[in-house]
Design a protein around this ligand. Structure first.
Ligand SMILES: *Cc1c(COP(=O)(O)O)cnc(C)c1O
Length: 395
């Protein structure tokens, strides 16, 4: 028996729900790639991608996912044999660093773990010890989608400056851009990257990179540059050069619509919506955790991010049984644990095109599953989420 028929709720941390307006914007014939409206579309998108990163630097749009944007950011500023420092706080910075290692870059990991944010003081101390400025770049994620942690990029930027170190600060904003503040220039970030399919509410397939003048100076000497990713080629006058070939027209139509939706709502309101919905999820998880079988992966409340909540299962309770119930019986697709948390956690995404009914529906289904599977939990998690939202979303 199932109550699954009806709208499916995709509550995984990417790809996220694509708004109907975005889907409709893509449903149209292809257009000329050498003249006409597509040229202006590209100019507007490059400007607006820089706007969401908050930078006066250059933006680049790739036909790629986040992994491609990772590769772009690395190949454009590094050379074989360079050393970089990866700040661990989950899976994704480590994965980015692994790509660098496979390109012949020497990678040092500043040890962290799956349950805590990067500590800026540790970054400062490590950089101060690097007397000869041998570290060329620092890689960090703003939100780690595996652990559910948010790193304080502003404080990390300050730590780099306090150490008097001139390494490039490179930030992965795949799971955070368009969901929470990102102030590339103000925070001293040199290279930032993201993708289309998470907070930006577009289909998977576009990678974004932004680079400031310091990064573009490093680019001039970078030995790992390759034709497809190369920033200089993409800065050429020809529209064809902007994408190193045929533009991904329909994805660009969709992205335009998605950015328009974000700007119409207002980025401040978008961030506030994410904070409110994330906190409602945390109220529910906090209540359930009274039963000792489930609990937050991220230990410190102020290090829990506003786009995904990773919930650990203890005492042998099986997160996969809960995910299967939510999916097969109720039509709610939750994220699974990845990396060290594989088989030990679920992830509830609250990222992008989400609203109160989607989150309250998802939380209610998780609570229904906890009941149905006899997983011990504090009762009233969904009610705690409702109470929080009703107190904080005013009439
Ligand atoms: C999803 C994600 C990536 C990888 O993006 P893909 O589009 O899957 O290649 C990288 N970093 C973070 C933080 C992510 O959440």
């Amino acid at each position: 028996m199932s109550v699954r028929a009806g709208r499916e709720f995709l509550a995984i941390p990417g790809p996220t729900t694509v708004p109907d307006e975005v889907l409709r914007a893509m449903h149209r014939p292809a257009v000329d790639i050498y003249s006409g409206p597509l040229l202006a579309l590209t100019d507007g998108l490059l400007k607006d991608i820089a706007r969401v990163f908050h930078t006066k630097g250059h933006a680049y749009i790739y036909i790629s996912n986040g992994h491609g944007a990772w590769e772009s950011s690395l190949t454009n500023v590094l050379s074989r044999g360079d050393k970089i420092l990866v700040l661990e706080s989950g899976r994704f910075a480590i994965g980015w660093g692994e790509n660098a290692r496979r390109m012949g870059v020497e990678v040092e990991i500043l040890k962290g773990d799956m349950r805590r944010a990067v500590r800026p003081a540790d970054v400062e101390a490590r950089l101060k010890a690097d007397k000869g400025n041998t570290i060329k770049a620092i890689l960090v994620v703003q939100i780690d989608t595996a652990s559910g942690v948010v790193n304080d990029i502003e404080a990390i930027g300050q730590a780099v400056r306090a150490a008097g170190h001139d390494a490039l600060l490179m930030v992965d904003a795949v799971a955070s851009l368009g969901c929470m503040p990102f102030e590339m220039d103000k925070w001293g970030v040199d290279v930032a990257m993201s993708g289309s399919q998470k907070g930006l509410m577009a289909p998977p397939g576009l990678g974004f990179v932004a680079a400031n003048d310091r990064a573009r100076a490093a680019h001039k000497k970078a030995g790992l540059r390759t034709p497809y990713w190369d920033w200089t080629d993409r800065e050429g006058d020809q529209h064809y050069q902007k994408y190193a070939g045929t533009p991904p027209e329909h994805l660009l139509f969709g992205l335009r619509q998605a950015l328009d939706l974000l700007f119409e709502e207002g980025l401040e309101n978008v961030f506030r919506r994410h904070r409110l919905l994330a906190e409602s999820v945390r109220r529910a998880v906090g209540t359930w955790s009274e039963g000792q079988a489930v609990g937050f992966n991220i230990v410190e409340p102020n290090e829990r991010c506003d786009t995904v909540t990773t919930v650990l299962f203890n005492n042998g309770y099986d997160p996969e049984a809960l995910r299967a119930y939510c999916n097969k019986q109720c039509g709610v697709i939750l994220g699974h644990g990845i990396g060290d948390l594989s088989g030990k956690a679920i992830r509830i995404a609250h990222m992008g095109h989400v609203n109160a009914p989607m989150m309250l529906g998802t939380l209610s289904v998780v609570e229904m599953a906890l009941n149905a599977l006899s997983i011990p939990h504090g009762k009233g998690g969904a009610q705690a989420a409702i109470d929080y939202l009703s107190q904080n979303v005013k009439a």
